[in-house]
Write a protein that binds this ligand. Structure first.
Ligand SMILES: [Zn+2]
Ligand SMILES: [Zn+2]
Length: 255
């Protein structure tokens, strides 16, 4: 599996893109920076968007992507998947409000550009030979991470935004996850803030990993707040885990 890191930042500043992980060309996990970081050609290849939760940094490209598509020559449709409360929040606040044209009804209700699809935690969706399963994670709003398995049985798990979440690890505990892409947003000194806002620190990451039955071969860190990036990076280095990397926008992860 080839995953291109479109964005992996927990805040927005020039050079720090909001979350987006592109699997091959057609499937993307989170829509924080599709339209600011991908060429128009690459944007038009996307067919499936899996959203972890409705926070703005994970969905904000959706309206702009629809706007880019509507002027394309070919008829294109995009499927947007998430659990029910996330789909409802996107529909209500992003489209059925006065913020943007309702692309779930444009050009018409039967051939709309954007199709919002409700999926259920723990139930697999099959696309392009991949099995994609949402699992609930711990965040102040309803949120899931996605476990993705290819036809050869290679697996990665993208947590989206998550605080400490024992139930998730229990559920995926038996799976042999080769790669985890996991939220570390705050430095150790902000542990309380991290727990209250549903994120991890380097110390909390260590505690979470100890709950997994099989430690992944590769641990990729996403979502650091740009203003604490240096501190978080040095605290992660002190964990002395050889298989850990702090992601950068543009990285390619091969699983
Ligand atoms: Zn969030
Ligand atoms: Zn976020």
């Amino acid at each position: 599996m080839k995953i291109r890191v479109i964005g992996c930042s927990g805040g927005e500043l020039p050079g720090h893109n909001a979350p987006g992980f592109l699997l091959d060309d057609e499937i993307i996990f989170d829509a924080g920076s599709i339209t600011s970081a991908l060429s128009l050609k690459a944007q038009l290849r996307i067919k499936h968007i899996f959203i972890t939760h409705a926070h703005l940094d994970h969905i904000r490209s959706i309206p702009f992507l629809a706007d880019n598509i509507v002027f394309g020559k070919k008829e294109r449709k995009i499927k947007i998947y998430s659990i029910s409360p996330v789909v409802t929040a996107i529909r209500k606040h992003l489209f059925k409000s006065s913020l943007w044209p309702d692309f779930t009804l444009i050009p018409g209700p039967d051939d709309a550009i954007l199709n919002l699809i409700k999926i259920r935690a723990g139930e697999p969706v099959m696309i392009n030979g991949y099995t994609i399963i949402p699992y609930r994670v711990s965040h102040p709003v309803p949120a899931v991470g996605y476990l993705v398995e290819d036809a050869k049985g290679r697996i990665f798990f993208y947590t989206g935004d998550t605080g400490p979440t024992p139930s998730t690890w229990k559920k995926i505990g038996n799976r042999n996850v080769q790669c985890i892409i996991i939220d570390v947003s705050f430095p150790n000194s902000m542990r309380e803030m991290a727990v209250n806002t549903g994120h991890l620190t380097p110390e909390l990451l260590k505690e979470e990993l100890s709950k997994m039955r099989h430690l992944p071969e590769r641990i990729c860190i996403t979502h650091p707040k740009p203003q604490f990036f240096k501190t978080i990076k040095s605290e992660l280095a002190r964990l002395r885990m050889k298989n850990m990397q702090v992601l950068k926008d543009g990285d390619i992860i091969r699983v």
